[in-house]
Unconditional design. Structure first.
Length: 151
């Protein structure tokens, strides 16, 4: 049996993510699965990335940017990884530049966290102006849905 390396795992996850993004409905399901959002009612740094990618895959750039501006970068990374499945040299390139790739990845994650912190503070301190720049994620938390169901 052939061993699966890290790149192949990333490629498989990217293809799965693209498929999920394509098949997700454009309208939110009405609840959030984000633990941070469920506990604080504030979006986590990555809140909106899935919807952003899904909106881009459906051709809706404006909503994608309002959900999360980094969705464009996430979609680009997922597309490159998905396409790299068909190229034998991608394995060699990945392992040759792995340290640099991880450095760029950590820089990207840092940008997502900084954006998430700024967005969260903006929504917390000025919710009336933040709705013009970000979606406010009006979904009910899972805990609220369960509480309403039980009581």
């Amino acid at each position: 049996m052939k061993n699966i390396n890290r790149l192949q795992i990333y490629q498989i996850l990217s293809v799965m993510g693209l498929l999920v993004g394509i098949f997700l409905p454009e309208i939110a399901p009405g609840f959030s699965i984000c633990l941070f959002y469920n506990l604080t009612a504030l979006p986590c740094p990555a809140c909106g990335l899935t919807r952003s990618v899904s909106s881009l895959l459906h051709g809706d750039l404006m909503h994608s940017l309002m959900y999360h501006p980094m969705g464009i970068v996430v979609l680009a990374i997922m597309a490159v990884l998905a396409v790299s499945i068909f190229f034998r040299k991608s394995n060699d390139l990945f392992f040759r530049y792995e340290v640099k790739i991880y450095f760029v990845f950590y820089a990207f994650v840092s940008v997502v966290f900084v954006f998430g912190f700024v967005r969260g503070m903006w929504i917390a301190l000025s919710p009336e102006t933040s709705i013009h720049y970000f979606y406010s994620f009006p979904e009910k938390s899972i805990f609220t849905i369960l509480k309403n169901f039980i009581f």
